[in-house]
Write a protein that binds this ligand. Structure first.
Ligand SMILES: [Zn+2]
Ligand SMILES: [Zn+2]
Length: 241
């Protein structure tokens, strides 16, 4: 299978996980406490993937430009999730008073869509470099996709939207992911730029969006799960890397 075909299939899988995450919150009685395990495991796995796999490959592809592109990717997410959006954090939205102006929900969705677009860029860039890099990035993306869809749908509900619109918001994130895969497929000769920018995005999502959520949890269980995520990458690297 060509790297592009595989990227598209896995992009669709990641997109479906966004939609599933949205459905978890739209369906009132669905169990959701397990989502925090995905956040904790995903944060460790993503951070290790960004630093140990995406950064070194980026430095090989573009030794001069990569550091600046990584920084640009990092602050791109900061700009759209936390500067353009008035209020954003991963997980269930529990501050409806922040969303009295209903349009604020859409600015959060825009920020998340920019980030998920680069989830797609990351998957396709990985497969353009090697099957190993593609699979490990896909796994890093997949692990936070369900909480991501959950977050988008819960922001929409907090800003007074219907359940149908809330689920559509999570599906929209899935579409943005797929758009990222297709964009990178079209611009495959620019993988030396796509990989470092998406490495910066991955670094931000892991260290600045997900780990702060883990740190809000009482007890050490969730904190330990972060190390399990890091360890999982080492094990996979040993056998497949
Ligand atoms: Zn909030
Ligand atoms: Zn994401």
């Amino acid at each position: 299978m060509s790297p592009i075909t595989l990227s598209i299939l896995l992009g669709l899988t990641a997109a479906a996980a966004n939609g599933f995450g949205g459905a978890v919150i739209v369906q009132k009685n669905w169990e959701r406490s397990y989502l925090r395990y995905f956040v904790a495991l995903g944060s460790g796995f993503m951070l290790a993937t960004a630093l140990l796999e995406m950064l070194p490959e980026s430095m090989q592809l573009a030794p001069k430009r990569a550091p600046l592109l990584i920084l640009a990717g990092y602050f791109l997410v900061h700009l759209f999730e936390h500067t353009v959006s008035p209020h954003f954090h991963f997980g269930e939205e529990t501050h409806p008073e922040e969303f009295v102006a209903a349009h604020k929900g859409y600015s959060v969705l825009l920020g998340l869509a920019i980030h998920t677009f680069f989830d797609g860029i990351a998957i396709a860039s990985g497969f353009l470099v090697s099957p190993w890099l593609g699979w490990v990035i896909f796994l890093a993306v997949f692990l936070h996709k369900i909480p991501e869809g959950f977050t988008a749908a819960s922001v929409m509900l907090a800003s007074g939207r219907s359940r149908r619109v809330a689920w559509a918001a999570s599906a929209f994130l899935g579409a943005a992911t797929l758009a990222g895969v297709l964009t990178m497929a079209a611009l495959r000769h620019s993988v030396a730029d796509g990989l470092p920018v998406s490495a910066g995005v991955t670094l931000y999502v892991a260290a600045s969006d997900l780990i702060p959520e883990v740190n809000k949890e009482p007890g050490i269980g969730m904190a330990v799960m972060v190390f399990v995520g890091v360890g999982t990458l080492f094990v996979l690297h040993h056998f497949f890397g």
